[in-house]
Write a protein that binds this ligand. Structure first.
Ligand code: DC
Length: 487
């Protein structure tokens, strides 16, 4: 076999895209025959050389990883003697033969993983490593708090103890719809037969619909029943990272908490349009953390000031609005926080040019910062979360176990913000966006209270040099490294 560039070998092995592989090589994570090769253009012979990533041998075969939304009625086995439809009938047949990872009852629907990677299958299904899965469950009659708590304490059924990690009232209408007691979100590690249906039978409820919505870091997302998609290399990395971590028996668990099995809270700071929200959202989706973009809270104070006819430079008036303007921050587990002002959800109004022009002045007011920092700390204390902002790693959460500081050249950020502004329905040219960003950077970096700065212990990511996938892969690797070190 010919000698090939390392990034090609890694991407052929399904480890990462070529761009992500280049970043892994540059970061010194790849070795050939025990020697780290970080120079661009390094080569090896995949047949003869031993190539490792983070000390683990790179697999030579080509692997496929497919996420499928199994419809109710389809069997989750690979084959059926009676010729009934199985999950394999729903994914394109090209390439190596796939097998389902674990099972999902015939009557249930939702996320199932198909692959030919036996090592990942073993990790994901081994009882010692089983990753947490979440199910959206419809029941015939409401189940109150007491009933939900019984499930998290554990019930007995036919000699077996059945126990959920977490149970909460949920809603089929998405994170913003009010919870409906006839819908539950149940998190489990177990894979006992019909476990959810049986534990609900013990508390006198019948399951009328059951959909798996998450396997560890992987969410069902927008996949419709019967649809499938190939996983991105970073998602495969995240599954390996989640499955490799042995179960922590001592983990503290409140009855209704969806605690993530990752170090948290995670802090992401950086100037405007440096990629913070993109990374925050990716970590939310892949690690199941709630996301709070704290810029939205400062923006909500600016909106309140505009509505009240208050000058954004009036620090005392802004501080009063922050304290008494009726701001509420709410996020579903593993979802994105939305902001209400006096009961009205204003999240989608916070990106307009008036707010954009006023926000930095409001954010410089010490009383505003004091109030919002306290609320942000409370948010992070109440659930596993990732927080995005300007002072998260330095002021709000100085003890966060993982911190990122993102930056990119001004011209890159101006172009990005110009593109975003069109998506937000307030189109601006790159020049206009650049002037906005420049002005905000100036105020945000020079204000006396909570100025933008890179915490010394933050992982710095230059998002001008990394594409989206490479940025996410680098962040997941940093989180996995931190998780490996934590007790
Ligand atoms: O991230 P963003 O552009 O939505 O932030 C809006 C403004 O809020 C920004 O100009 C600075 C301010 N901000 C802050 O001072 N501290 C934070 N933690 C987040 C945002």
């Amino acid at each position: 076999m010919a000698v090939e560039r390392l990034q090609k070998i890694l991407s052929n092995a399904g480890v990462a895209s070529r761009r992500s592989a280049e970043a892994m090589i540059a970061a010194g994570r790849v070795a050939v025959n025990g020697e780290v090769r970080s120079a661009p253009g390094s080569r090896a012979d995949p047949e003869r050389d031993e190539i490792t990533l983070d000390g683990e041998p790179v697999r030579r075969d080509r692997y496929r990883y497919v996420a499928l939304h199994k419809p109710a009625g389809t069997l989750s086995t690979a084959r059926d003697d009676r010729g009934r439809p199985t999950v394999l009938d729903l994914v394109p047949a090209e390439g190596p033969a796939l097998h389902p990872v674990g099972r999902l009852d015939q009557a249930s629907e939702g996320l199932i993983l198909l692959t030919n990677d036996g090592a990942l299958t073993d990790l994901l299904t081994h009882p010692r490593h089983e990753v947490r899965k979440e199910y959206l469950v419809a029941i015939d009659q409401p189940l109150g708090k007491r009933g939900r708590e019984r499930l998290t304490r554990g019930v007995r059924h036919e000699g077996e103890r059945l126990k959920a990690d977490a149970v909460r009232a949920a809603s089929p209408g998405g994170p913003d719809a009010p919870a409906d007691p006839r819908w539950l979100l149940i998190a489990l590690h177990g894979g006992r037969k019909r476990e959810i249906r049986r534990m609900l039978a013990v508390v006198g409820r019948r399951v009328t619909a059951l959909r798996r919505v998450r396997i560890g870091p992987l969410a069902l997302g927008g996949l419709a029943a019967g649809e499938s998609r190939e996983l991105a290399p970073a998602e495969v990395d995240a599954l390996y990272a989640a499955a490799r971590r042995p179960k922590r028996g001592s983990m503290k668990r409140g009855p209704n908490r969806m605690d993530a099995r990752h170090p948290h809270p995670i802090a992401i700071d950086g100037p405007a349009a440096s990629g913070k929200s993109t990374l925050g959202r990716a970590l939310m989706e892949r690690l199941g953390l709630a996301l709070l973009d704290t810029g939205l809270m400062y923006r909500a104070v600016a909106l309140a000031a505009l509505r009240a006819g208050v000058d954004a430079a009036d620090a005392d008036a802004c501080a009063r609005l922050a304290r008494e303007g009726g701001m509420e921050v709410a996020a579903p587990p593993g979802g994105e926080a939305r902001i209400r002002l006096a009961g009205e959800d204003v999240t989608d109004l916070l990106r307009g040019p008036e707010v954009e022009a006023a926000v930095s002045a409001c954010a410089a007011a010490p009383g505003v910062r004091r109030e919002l920092v306290a609320r942000q700390r409370a948010f992070a204390a109440e659930r596993p979360a990732v927080l995005v902002g300007r002072d998260i790693g330095s002021v709000v959460l100085p003890d966060a176990p993982v911190k990122f500081f993102l930056d990119a050249p001004g011209a890159v950020r101006a172009r990005r913000r110009g593109e975003q502004s069109a998506e937000w329905g307030e189109p601006r040219t790159t020049g206009e966006a650049g002037r906005d960003i420049g002005g905000r950077d100036e105020v945000d970096s020079t204000r006396a209270h909570g100025p933008l700065l890179a915490p010394a212990d933050a992982v710095a990511l230059d998002t001008g040099a990394l594409d989206r996938e490479a940025m996410i892969a680098a962040a997941l690797a940093a989180i996995a490294a931190r998780a490996g070190r934590s007790p």
